[in-house]
Design a protein around this ligand. Sequence first.
Ligand SMILES: Nc1ncnc2c1ncn2[C@@H]1O[C@H](COP(=O)(O)OP(=O)(O)OP(=O)(O)O)[C@@H](O)[C@H]1O
Length: 257
Amino acid sequence: MRMVEVKQVSKSFGARNNLVRALNNISFTIDRGEFVGVMGPSGAGKTTLLNIMSTIDHPSVGRVYLAGQEITALPERDLATFRRENIGFIFQDFNLLPALSVSENLIMVLSMLKIPREEVQKRLAYYSEHLNLKQLLNRYPNELSIGQKQRVAAARALMTQPKILFADEPTGSLDSKSATELLQYLATINLENETTIMMVTHDAFTASYCNRIVFIKDGAFYSEVVRSGSRQQFFNQIIDMQAAIGGGKISDFRNRD
Ligand SMILES: Nc1ncnc2c1ncn2[C@@H]1O[C@H](COP(=O)(O)OP(=O)(O)OP(=O)(O)O)[C@@H](O)[C@H]1O
């Protein structure tokens, strides 16, 4: 089943004499249950694409369908509901509410969705177990390490059981151990729950947890790499493509695993 369709999307910023073309007629699809990475040189349009696909921003031209719904045709009021019910976000800055404990931060996202109490508790138990948060549920965000905050942000994004999870550089501020743990959790949840994930990253090691990488350059589709063998082989393919596209940051597989 098709989860996402991006159809001939272009996005420009700025006025006519100072126009930046961030996306240039880009099209691609993501099937349900895929774990897709988006890579490309700095300024290629990755975050702009993610923002448009996750309903945060609008394209200048083109259409985006999520779970069969054309999101680019929805008015803002319906978009907010659609977003709440279908989409999860993990960003680099975690946006946790400082006055609420970890468990309150996790439960809060369900308050608008009229989910029965028992189900809320079930999800809290499931995601705090999966993201290793059980010992932290009564702490407050300022009592957590960066890695722990990021795990809370990931659990919070998953609590609504979104059809699709968007992540922008989710491991950007993590040390390699926390990054590896988070990626393993995401890969597990992708497999167990068939949650579709799209993740923007510069890092080939992070990207090696995906099943497919879409490379973009100058706002347009450049190429893609699909994982067929081991993660190490996939990592090598990603590095090769980064070298071909230019501007990538080379990372080392051996010291990170
Ligand atoms: N709000 C904005 N106003 C003007 N230009 C913008 C805006 N947002 C992005 N751009 C421009 O659009 C282009 C694509 O930016 P985008 O952030 O999507 O790239 P990226 O691939 O995510 O880059 P990076 O890897 O450096 O984060 C860049 O040239 C950027 O300067």
